[in-house]
Ligand binder design. Structure first.
Ligand code: GLN
Ligand code: ZN
Length: 766
């Protein structure tokens, strides 16, 4: 049975790409160093896949920054404003490329970066292509061809991977009104054809087109675009062998469309959507090959061979083994490189390792499955045995399964997800207790994480600072920030989150059921990599996690200090989660842990508690049909976390994104007393969703963008607040920045917040 891979992590097994790019950007490395590291990583990845026994190895899955940007570069979709970078520059191409990715401030030029957004429902971010009416495309970068050639020189005939033309257009955005980007397909296809011809001429046998949009809800125009594009490519290159790759969901209502498109191989994601196998088998013409995405490209757990073999068996019985291929579910980009790089006595408990597989291990799993579904040799059969044992121990491990935690979730009472009284009544009690002025001011939680603060944490970790000394330093920082907030006249204070490394990691480290890796890096965007926590077992709270810091801050002041927590959905969303129980179950366990923390904060006298849920929206399923189910349990988890308190305790939540229209119902159902949101960049436009809905609770629309060091002018904030006031009753409005201030410096923060308080005071006078 044939094996292939859809893509391999390209950051390098020791993040070599990150390091060299950052050195290049800071002028400490030359552009030739970047190119050389790229070549080394590609070679290492290709060889590794070959050794693992993968038959068809991808190329063009490497990228110096982002694969979508690579496609814009290939297709000459370069916004005009960047052309100036080419003029006075001898390393023009790479600088133009990075200028689009990160902006360019040099030689008298000042160009912003292109927009970035999330790649489907992953935590990977891509650079959004920009389109104009009648835009023309031409082959600008030959990277895909060069890398095929590069691998061929090493003796490997790779399978070039391209984002398909329809998905490429859909990933982008119209930059002017009056046209739809799909209209550009006819201008775009000739370049795709040209690439196809050149790859075939060089000896490419298979070419993969990724069309993940086939797993989303499509309108008739988009379905037609798919038909048109693939028929045209087929006509242009009748001999090309094309693999159409879909992933992240089932094909759903697009099954017959995807099965009909004139390609040789259809790849489907059977990890996310195993239930689609039967329908695809029924619809896929007999001469076509079915590529089965069986090994999870999005998570770090070992494949369960017996389950996969059952699916393979089903497909083989229906189609014959020549018509079935085996692969990971999607590109392995979303998994860390190599489990063997986790040190012996490192962060990852040794009990966990036998259950896990990173990218490199997943390659062997693909190869094993192919062997096992044919005539397996003895060593492969031994591996099957080991695999079975791992699955068995995981099923029964007391390390994972805690009966008390499961029982607590099972016994949640019906009204555990509701506050004692409706908002209108709670509000009166909160007003009586808090006595805040109109347009109360607050911040989102974090204050600058200065290099000094981070150094203290590093020193604590390396035991060069005792925990007592560390505590004193952080306490002093908290005290400074409280004093400063009092002087500035902020109404609801925060302690500043100085003790936190990251809003998920900080809590994960204190909860049972979470583990951490030493080297489990995954690309988030460009050179930025994250090390997501691993939720492996039933989650519970050992002891209070934030109460001491918050209570200390509160003890310093007569104003109210807001307790800061990360919500259950966000913790789930930004971690590798268990695959042995539904996400909703895990989320509920986290919610109960947070609920206890909320209750303890209240007991310690904290009157205002914020539960951040910045990731609530990104958990939305790709298909509308499943949204309701998700939103139901996500909202319920939040409510469980928030509902243990008395009416006079004020619950805040915070979200930082700009699309609420389609989920405003659910946001309202969360029933937080106050929600703070990001609005300044959209000039308050998104408040319309809240206004149209008649959002009943209080809202703090962000009045300035925290992503830039720029100090907002008081009159800008006043005018934004007036805009807000035009659609939301003044009595419901709070005044705050868009998000936390941890990435900012103190000086800008102080200046900006001083202006913000002045803006609020100005509004109070009218
Ligand atoms: N409380 C967090 C902070 O202020 C919220 C961060 C976020 O929304 N991503 O940093
Ligand atoms: Zn935020």
């Amino acid at each position: 049975m044939r094996t292939h891979n859809l893509g391999y992590p390209r950051i390098g097994s020791h993040r070599e790409l990150k390091k060299v790019c950052e050195q290049y950007w800071s002028g400490k490395a030359g552009h030739k160093d970047v190119l050389q590291v790229g070549r080394d990583i590609r070679q290492e990845n290709w060889m590794l896949q070959k050794e693992a026994g993968i038959a068809l190895i991808p190329s063009n899955d490497f990228s110096c920054y982002d694969q979508v940007l690579d496609h814009s570069f290939m297709l000459g979709a370069i916004p005009q404003r960047y052309n100036t970078v080419l003029l006075n520059n001898d390393k023009a191409e790479i600088d133009l490329y990075f200028a689009m990715a990160r902006g360019y401030q040099k030689d008298g030029l000042d160009l912003g970066a292109m927009e970035m957004t999330k790649w489907f429902d992953t935590n990977y971010h891509y650079i959004v292509p920009e389109f104009t009416r009648d835009q023309q495309f031409s082959l600008f970068s030959t990277k895909v061809i060069d890398e095929f050639y590069e691998a061929r020189e090493l003796g490997i005939i790779t399978k070039p991977v391209l984002i398909g033309p329809v998905s490429y257009l859909l990933l982008g955005k119209e930059k002017e009104p009056g046209f739809s980007r799909l209209e550009l397909l006819k201008n775009l296809l000739p370049v795709y054809e040209q690439v196809l011809f050149r790859l075939i001429a060089l000896g490419a046998e298979w070419i993969q087109f990724d069309e993940p949009f086939l797993c989303t809800d499509l309108d008739a125009e988009t379905c037609e675009a798919f038909e048109y594009a693939y028929e045209r490519l087929r006509r242009a290159a009748p001999k090309a062998s094309i693999i159409l790759a879909t992933y992240f969901e089932s094909l759903g209502t697009n099954t017959s469309l995807a099965c009909r498109l004139p390609v040789e191989v259809l790849h489907i994601d059977l990890v996310r959507a195993p239930e689609q196998l039967e329908e695809v088998i029924e619809n896929l013409p007999a001469e076509k090959i079915l590529s089965m995405g069986l090994v999870d490209g999005r998570n770090i757990w070992k494949n369960e061979y017996d389950k996969s073999l059952q699916l393979i068996d089903k497909a083989v019985k229906a189609r014959g083994s020549e018509k079935v291929w085996i692969a990971p579910s999607c590109s392995l980009l979303h998994t860390p490189c190599d489990l063997d790089h986790e040190p012996e006595n490192g962060n990852l408990p040794s009990d966990l390792k036998p259950w896990m597989a990173f990218a490199k291990q997943k390659l062997s799993e693909v190869a094993d499955l192919a062997m096992l579904s044919g005539e397996a040799d003895k060593t492969t059969l031994t591996r099957l045995e080991t695999n079975r044992q791992a699955a068995q121990t995981r099923l029964n491990s007391s390390f994972i399964h805690k009966t008390d935690v499961k029982a607590r979730v099972a016994n949640i009472t019906v009204n555990a997800d509701s506050r004692k009284s409706p908002f209108a009544q709670r509000r009166l009690k909160q007003q009586e207790r808090l006595k805040l002025p109109p347009f109360p001011t607050t911040t989102i939680g974090s204050f600058p994480q200065t290099p000094e603060v981070r150094r203290w944490r590093a020193l604590l970790k390396s035991e060069k600072l005792s925990s007592g000394e560390y505590e004193q330093l952080i306490k002093a920082e908290i005290e400074k920030s409280i004093r400063w907030q009092e002087e500035t006249g902020i109404d609801v204070l925060v302690h500043g989150e100085f003790e936190r490394n990251d809003m998920v990691e900080y809590f994960g480290e204190q909860l049972e059921g979470f583990a951490f890796t030493n080297n489990g890096w995954v690309q988030s965007y460009g050179s930025r990599c994250v090390k997501p926590p691993v939720i492996y077992g039933d989650v519970s709270r050992k002891e209070p996690m934030t109460v001491a810091w918050t209570a200390f801050a509160q003890s310093l002041t007569s104003r109210f200090v807001k307790g800061m927590l990360t919500g259950p959905v966000t913790m789930l969303q930004w971690s590798f989660v268990r695959n042995d129980q539904p996400r909703s179950e895990t989320c509920m366990q986290i919610a109960l842990a947070i609920r206890d923390e909320v209750a303890d904060l209240e007991k310690a006298g904290i009157a205002v508690i914020q539960i951040d849920e910045p990731a609530l929206r990104e958990g939305l399923p790709l298909q509308k049909a499943q949204s309701k189910l998700y939103l139901d349990w996500a909202v319920r988890s939040f409510r469980i976390a928030a509902s243990a308190v008395a009416d006079h305790t004020q619950i805040h939540t915070h979200m930082c994104y700009a699309e609420f229209n389609d989920i405003i119902h659910s946001i309202a159902e969360m029933d937080a007393d106050v929600i703070t949101i990001e609005t300044s960049r959209s000039q308050m436009e998104l408040l319309d969703a809240f206004a149209n809905f008649n959002y009943p609770n209080e809202i703090g629309p962000g009045v300035y963008d925290i992503h830039s060091p720029r100090i907002p002018a008081r009159r800008e904030m006043v005018s934004l607040l007036r805009k807000a006031q035009a659609v939301i009753p003044a009595a419901q409005l709070w005044v705050n920045p868009d998000c936390g201030l941890k990435t900012r410096g103190w000086e800008e923060t102080q200046n900006a917040l001083t202006e913000m308080v002045a803006a609020a005071r100005e509004l109070r006078q009218i």
